[in-house]
Design a protein around this ligand. Sequence first.
Ligand code: CA
Length: 238
Amino acid sequence: MNRADETRRHRVLVVEDEPGLAESVRYALDVEGFDVLVSDTGVSGLESARVNDPDLVVLDLMLPGMSGLDVCRQIRRSSDVPIIMLTAKDAESDKVAGLELGADDYMTKPFSMRELVARIRAQLRRAAKSGALAESNEVLRGGPIELDIDAHQARVDGEPVDLRPKEFELLESLMRRRNRLAARHTLIDEVWGPSYFGDTKTLDVHIKRLRQKLEAEPSSPQVIVTVRGLGYKFVDEQ
Ligand code: CA
């Protein structure tokens, strides 16, 4: 997000092939003061994301031709723009796949426009906040792990590790409470926003990915440990 343009309307790209739904979303977001762009295929959505540089993408997973998952993967190669996926009710594996590919949230059809707007606002707040945090020039350290807030870079034993935006925020939340419990609801609030209504499995998917990237033995974690029934703890004292 361009700081000089903070007062401008947020631009939301909607990639959805059902004309009725696309129109309802366009109308609801327009009323709320967003600039709305609609694409009805994955290919045109990807092109629009590249050309128009939206602040957020609402992405249907079931698209003709290029799938929403492929669109998500392609966008993540070059952009941290918040992505909210739209999924069919029974497509559990799609949700997990989308989150693995770096989507920030998902909504299951049918959904209310009010809820969609709330989630879009939550994601935009998160994005603005992580942009502001990135100016604080702070480095968190715990065990072999360093988190350079300013450079938005994680390192393990001095070696850079590539984290996605939500993984980075989650690790930051954990490290700010190192050796203390980080409750599930606290982490979800901090990383996905207080108006996050989604599945709490999202948290576990991200924890798993962090362990794979940070732990010597991800299957028996020593750094990001589970506090059964309560949450997680970043441990740097053995
Ligand atoms: Ca569709």
